[in-house]
Design a protein around this ligand. Structure first.
Ligand code: HEC
Ligand code: HEC
Length: 194
């Protein structure tokens, strides 16, 4: 009798051991698959948690002087889209701004420069500002659309598409990024106009 109990226990142990091994093996498979997926769609996966974490989006423009002066001809780009050094160059060259001249009095220039200096990409922990800084090394890009990271993200968009009346150029972020004003550039909120 004693012997039977012992062998029953032995078999039970083997069973538990085997099922343990089995679930370990499948758990491992799961995590491998997830790891694989997330490296393939890294962007998408990351973007999902962005929705719960406003810290990782860019801050909407909240400076009225900047918005009035720099949002008159195009979208008032978030300061986090370029390093301060780029912004200060742009402001300093306001007489010769991509073929236009921006009228700026001294007081506005001071307020705008101050705002851009305090909020440039290098000051930000927003995910895409960090990627912008990583992508430019020590350069001082003259445009957001010159940044390698930004160019790469838009590689698939043909010049034919950019020429569409509702778009015009890649500089027109708000044409496609429905959340651009709010600082949201997730691909969940992108719609290319026909
Ligand atoms: C008089 C109109 C006008 C005003 C005002 C203006 N801009 Fe522009 N801006 C332009 C034009 C035109 C372009 C070139 C757009 C293009 O190539 O499609 C441009 C482009 C830019 C770009 C580059 C966008 C890209 O492609 O990455 C930045 C950055 C920019 N402006 C910043 C500013 C700032 C900062 C101010 C305020 C100090 C300002 N702009 C005010 C007309 C203006
Ligand atoms: C013609 C439409 C269009 C315009 C204009 C445009 N974008 Fe995009 N953008 C896209 C699309 C589509 C994607 C998604 C690419 C992908 O699937 O990875 C994207 C991706 C991005 C991303 C990466 C988002 C992520 O995490 O995957 C950033 C950042 C971005 N755009 C910023 C900008 C900025 C800043 C401007 C303006 C200077 C701009 N875009 C103009 C269509 C546009």
């Amino acid at each position: 009798m004693k012997k039977t109990t012992r062998s029953t226990l032995f078999f039970a142990f083997i069973l538990i051991f085997l099922s343990g091994m089995f679930s370990l093996a499948t758990a491992d498979d799961d995590s491998k698959e997830k790891g694989h997926e997330s490296s393939q769609h890294e962007q998408n996966d990351d973007d999902d948690d962005d929705d719960d974490d406003d810290e990782r989006h860019m801050r909407p423009v909240n400076n009225s002087t900047y918005k009035a002066a720099c949002g008159a001809c195009h979208f008032a780009y978030q300061p986090e889209l370029l390093p301060s050094a780029s912004w200060l160059k742009i402001v300093a060259a306001h007489d010769d701004h991509f073929g236009e001249s921006i009228a700026l009095d001294d007081e506005s220039t001071r307020i705008i420069s101050d705002y851009l200096k305090k909020n440039g990409a290098e000051t930000s922990s927003a995910k895409r500002a960090v990627k912008i800084m990583r992508s430019i090394d020590d350069e001082t890009p003259a445009r957001i659309t010159d940044i390698k990271y930004i160019r790469k993200k838009h590689d698939d968009i043909s010049s034919k598409v950019l020429e569409r009346e509702a778009i015009g150029s890649l500089s027109n972020c708000t044409a496609c990024h429905l959340g651009a004003e709010r600082g949201v550039y997730d691909d969940d909120y992108v719609k290319i106009p026909e």
